[in-house]
Each structure stands twice: as structure tokens, then as C-alpha cells.
Design a protein. Structure first.
Length: 167
């Protein structure tokens, strides 16, 4: 009966290097004296996680990979005024998997970034005139009327943008 032994991380990285240089998985398996399926799983792990290290930890598995964490941080850096729900939607478009807004907040915090949340303001009211909107000529309550003001002033990127600095 054969004995199962774990490949050292240095040998795992060496196999990945051989395959990146053009060697086949079967060739790498022969050089390491392991089954071809072992090398195939190693290559699949490298492509999905950018890592071949096998660190066994107890607890709940991570929802996002390190590559997805970098994607979220890069997206937040490139577009500083994007909100967490927008980052969640961007991640879904890129990966096809849904993650929670709390996960995005934590990943941005781990990357040293602050997440920008949509501002919802309760504006002061005047009993005689109704809500006191800033610049009444060009603002109006949005379709959901949750206290967010929308502006009719447009820029090339968006047609109706939420006014974030009202409060």
C-alpha cells in the first residue's frame, strides 16, 4: 500500500514554474514522482488562488480569494467615490458570485481603505414650506424618497447623480 506524503511548498512552486515555462502536467508529475492528478490540482489551485501553499486552518473558509481582495481594493482606489453596493455589483459582474456588503467593508478595511457609504440625510423642514431643499431649482426628491436629493445637473458620466454633500 502506498504512503501519502505532502509535497513541500518549494516543490509545488517548482512544478508551477515548469508548467509556466511550457512543460506538460504529465512531465512535471514524472519529475516529482507523483500522480498527474496531483499536479493538475496544484495547477488549478495556482490559477484560482495565485498560491500553491497548503495551509490547513480550522474554521470557516474565506468567501473571497486574495486575488478578489486585490480587485476590490484596486476598484476602490481607482474610483474614490464609488459606494459599497457598487463594489458588490462590480465583484458580481467580474466573478459571478455574490458577496455581502459587510465582506466588502472588511476587505477594504484590511487594505487600509475606508469604504464610502451612500449618505442618507434627514433634512430640516419648515412647517409652512415643506422640506427645505438646497437649491430648489435643480433638486428634487428621488424615486424612493428616503431623504436623498437628486440633481438635474449632469456631467458626461451620469445623468442623475445623488447629491452627497447636502448635510
Amino acid at each position: 500500500m502506498s504512503r501519502r506524503s505532502r509535497l513541500l511548498d518549494s516543490l509545488r512552486w517548482r512544478a508551477v514554474g515548469w508548467m509556466e515555462m511550457g512543460s506538460s502536467q504529465a512531465h512535471a508529475a514524472r519529475r516529482l514522482n507523483v500522480s498527474r492528478i496531483v499536479v493538475q490540482r496544484l495547477w488549478d489551485q495556482y490559477q484560482t488562488e495565485d498560491s500553491v501553499s497548503r495551509i490547513h486552518v480550522s474554521g470557516r473558509p474565506r468567501v473571497t480569494t486574495p486575488a478578489e481582495d486585490r480587485f476590490l481594493a484596486l476598484s476602490a482606489r481607482r474610483r474614490r467615490n464609488t459606494t459599497v453596493p457598487q463594489l458588490v455589483a462590480d465583484h458580481f459582474v467580474a466573478s459571478g458570485r455574490r458577496i455581502s456588503a459587510t465582506t466588502v467593508l472588511r476587505r477594504l478595511h484590511n487594505a487600509g481603505l475606508c469604504a464610502r457609504r451612500p449618505v442618507v440625510c434627514v433634512l430640516p423642514t419648515d412647517d409652512r414650506e415643506g422640506p427645505a431643499y438646497v437649491g430648489q431649482e435643480n433638486t428634487f426628491p428621488g424615486p424612493d424618497s428616503n431623504g436623498i436629493l437628486y440633481s438635474s445637473q449632469t456631467n458626461p458620466d451620469s445623468h442623475w447623480g445623488a447629491i452627497q454633500g447636502v448635510c
